[in-house]
Design a protein around this ligand. Structure first.
Ligand code: KIV
Ligand code: ZN
Length: 505
């Protein structure tokens, strides 16, 4: 069996998806779940880019025990020192440094000659080695770089101590045959290549990220960099679940450390926390990935699943949404369920979730795993200073009128507004109280589980002072969920510790 290292960059490249910012607390939850999923390396952030990234890398480094924690750095001294500092508590650590190597990037972005790029890269690898034995070096825009130049710079950085060589298809330009040949050429021509692990990092601009990653593996790469649900810059990164399941189904000679039964749960967690929906027809984790609509297909699957299923839903942890708890379930049963779902909560948090669970059980007869995950999502969401006390909305084809009551620091406030519809009017009523006028950029509502009494999950994006904030919440009443999601987004604007705008790369 050939082992492929799974390098997860959901918390770094994935978090670069527009509007996907996570708080440090949320990043820690994701990191714990990624460890459970069995990824080998977690790129926890870009330490120099913001104080919040630095803190998250530090917190994740202090918490995880098995997984290697990695921080990204440019070939700049202060970046490398920040990464080294943030990674100090980690049991296993890696500093990832990168510099662009394509003519267009060197000339117009870096304004450096190729010779200076080589010198800077070597100096940076040597500096990083003083703090961390495992140094990864990436040639940004490798696929549009001159191969001879890549051979030259790679031989030098390997000599300087780099242990992992990453060749990113930064702009998602390559295609599978070309990318595979590219790896073969580099591995065959770089002196010292047998001493390092080659890695692929693919973007999905042409929808080829998974195919390119697989082609790299078939041609010698032994690490792939990917994200959950394929989130990331522009069209995203190669999707972890697609690569892992493609290897499992089609290339069993390759092995990963992934516990595939954790895939769906991880996908849902990322989607809930980032607010980025998974398209229904997305491979592996989309809602329709295992749904059979055509009568002939349904008939075939009932007779023999393999007629139309190349993998089993159970392989990715998809069981029928199980009835878990009901109105009469106690605190201990809920605690056990939460632990089974992979979350660690202290007593105070359990009590809070239990309180919300009881309220939900009063409104909804059957409570499923996904309902519990939604309650946990609420608990792990940054608390807002504004509490919703009451709302009333009257709506007709002529428009809507709303009244909302909020409480802040023990003081009660009342707001009224008219709007185009119930959501518009309640959000305007909130604005009249909070005096923070947010422009709604995006709004969606989805049922969390089945049934008419299902909880609706509202996700929205609000723009305030040209910055975008994502908010989410759930409730059996979608108007209530909308108000809570809106308050959640507004609270991020108000919070001092919410990630500051990143320094651009
Ligand atoms: O896409 C890219 O080139 C990157 C590097 C920083 C590794 O994300
Ligand atoms: Zn990238």
């Amino acid at each position: 069996m050939k082992r492929v290292i799974i390098f997860d960059t959901t918390l770094r490249d994935g978090e670069q998806s527009p509007g996907a910012s996570l708080t440090s607390n949320q990043k820690l939850i994701v990191a714990r779940q990624l460890e459970k999923l069995g990824v080998d390396v977690i790129e926890a952030g870009f330490a120099i880019s913001s104080p919040d990234d630095f803190k998250s890398i530090q917190a994740i480094s202090s918490t995880l025990k098995k997984t290697t924690i990695c921080s990204l750095s440019r070939c700049v001294e202060k970046d490398i020192l920040a990464s080294a500092d943030a990674l100090k508590p980690a049991k296993r650590k890696r500093i990832h440094i990168f510099i662009a190597t394509s003519p267009v990037h060197m000339r117009y972005k870096l304004k450096m000659t190729p010779e200076t790029v080589v010198e800077t890269a070597v100096k940076s690898v040597k500096l990083a080695k003083k703090y961390c034995d495992e140094v990864e070096f990436s040639c940004e825009d490798a696929t549009r770089s001159k191969k001879k130049f890549l051979v030259k710079i790679l031989e030098k950085v390997i000599k300087a101590g780099a242990k992992i060589i990453n060749l990113p298809d930064t702009v998602g330009y390559s295609y599978p045959d070309e990318f595979g040949e590219f790896f073969r050429y580099i591995i065959e021509n770089v002196k010292g290549s047998h001493r390092v692990v080659f890695s692929a990092h693919c973007h999905n601009d042409l929808g080829l990220a998974t195919a390119n990653s697989l082609s790299a593996i078939l041609n010698g790469a032994r690490q792939v960099e990917c994200t959950i649900n394929g989130i990331g810059e522009r069209a995203g990164n190669a999707s972890l679940e697609e690569i892992v399941m493609a290897l499992k189904v089609r290339f069993p000679e390759f092995e990963t450390g992934i516990n595939t039964k954790q895939i769906l749960r991880t996908s849902r967690l990322i989607s809930t926390l980032t607010g980025i929906f998974v398209q229904p027809n997305k491979a592996i984790v989309g809602a329709n990935a295992f749904a059979h609509e055509a009568g002939i297909h349904q008939d075939g699957v009932l007779k023999k699943a393999q007629t139309y299923e190349i993998m089993r839903p159970q392989d990715i942890g998809a069981s029928q949404s199980v009835l878990v708890l009901g109105k009469h379930s106690g605190r201990a049963a809920l605690k056990k369920k939460i632990e089974e779902l992979g979350f660690k909560l202290n007593d105070r948090q359990i009590n809070k979730v239990f309180e919300n669970f009881k309220k939900l059980a009063d409104k909804k007869k059957k409570i499923f795993d996904d309902d519990i995950v939604a309650l946990l999502g609420k608990e792990f969401t940054k608390k807002t200073a504004w509490q919703l006390l009451y709302f009333d909305v009257k709506t007709s084809s002529k428009g809507a009128q709303a009244e909302v009551h909020l409480e802040k620091n023990g003081k009660k406030f009342r707001g009224k507004a008219k709007g185009d519809g119930p959501v518009d009017s309640v959000l305007k009523a909130v604005d009249s109280i909070t005096k923070t006028e947010g422009k709604l950029i995006d709004y969606s509502v989805n049922a969390i589980t089945m049934g008419k009494d299902a909880q609706g999950e509202v996700r929205l994006t609000v723009e305030i002072n040209r910055r975008r904030f994502f908010g989410s919440s759930s409730s059996t009443d979608i108007i209530e969920a909308s108000i809570l999601a809106y308050l959640n987004a507004l609270s991020k604007y108000k919070l001092k510790d919410f990630p500051k705008m990143r320094q651009s790369l």
